[in-house]
Design a protein around this ligand. Structure first.
Ligand code: GLY
Length: 257
């Protein structure tokens, strides 16, 4: 069974961290409606949703992906690069503890889950304002015994590695080649985003279906033409907070009970 850990939109989301975006007004009700529709899409695709309580004092806390990386063998609790996000960890730790052995990134390392791309046994970690070499070394030590190969990966012009590339399966990536070098990502089939949709590389695969943001129809067509079933979801209000589809859930398998 697939679990999707999510958290409702904070009423303080307008005070979110922004790195590459200008601040524009965010309608909290619309953001909540879009987030609820995103959860409904995940549930419809077979996920069991574990929704954490809203955190009124933590503006970015809807973006649960940044706080943990859940592998089959271990869940790595990150040390988010933005100090304002570090209090998001305690509730995520409590939520993941029944499912996985926990490991932690510790000071001085910084890591956001949005920088961690897992494709088969390769783990690419973006070197960004949120994730650094010290954390990459720690991550390598934590997962090396489980057979993962960890690679530091350069990223340009966006917040996280997964703003540049995500995996459709172990051997297929969707990416924006202006933001990441294809040659850094191993010998995999790469689907480029439509040039008019530079933010479109952030997609979520659930079973045989790929969720694509509704703002990116041309990239959705490319993914569909590559043989994947595509479903679109509207997340325009959450995008104003520099969050994308993967950011809003932690997805992992558990044994059915
Ligand atoms: N607003 C998303 C982030 O900066 O973490």
């Amino acid at each position: 069974m697939l679990i999707a850990v999510t958290r409702g939109v904070s009423p303080a989301i307008a005070d979110c961290e922004l790195t590459h975006l200008e601040r524009t007004p965010i309608d909290v009700d619309t953001a909540r409606e879009q987030h609820t529709a995103y959860e409904a899409a995940l549930a419809d695709l077979g996920c069991r949703i574990e929704r954490l309580p809203v955190e009124p004092g933590l503006p970015d806390s809807v973006f649960v992906e940044d706080v943990a990386v859940v592998l089959d063998e271990v869940a790595v609790i990150t040390r988010p690069g933005a100090e304002s996000r570090r209090d998001e960890r305690s509730s995520i730790e409590r939520t993941l503890a029944p499912y996985r052995l926990l490991a932690r990134i510790t000071s001085p390392g910084i890591l956001d889950g949005g920088d961690v791309l897992v494709a088969g046994r390769d783990v690419h970690i973006g070197i960004t304002s949120r994730s650094d070499l010290a954390a990459i070394d720690q991550f390598r030590t934590i997962v090396g015994d489980h057979g993962y190969r960890v690679h530091g990966t350069a990223v340009r012009g966006c917040l996280h590695l997964k703003s540049a590339v995500t995996a459709l399966d172990d051997d297929t990536l969707v990416l924006n080649p202006d933001r990441v070098d294809v040659g850094d990502l191993g010998d995999r089939r790469c689907i480029s985003v439509d040039p008019s949709e530079p933010d479109a590389a952030n997609v979520v695969r659930v079973g045989g279906t790929v969720l694509v943001a509704a703002a990116f129809p041309h990239t959705a067509e490319r993914i569909s033409a590559a043989g994947f079933t595509v479903r679109t979801v509207e997340v325009s209000e959450l995008a104003k907070a520099e969050g994308a589809l993967t950011c809003c859930s932690l997805l992992f398998e558990v044994s059915a009970t």
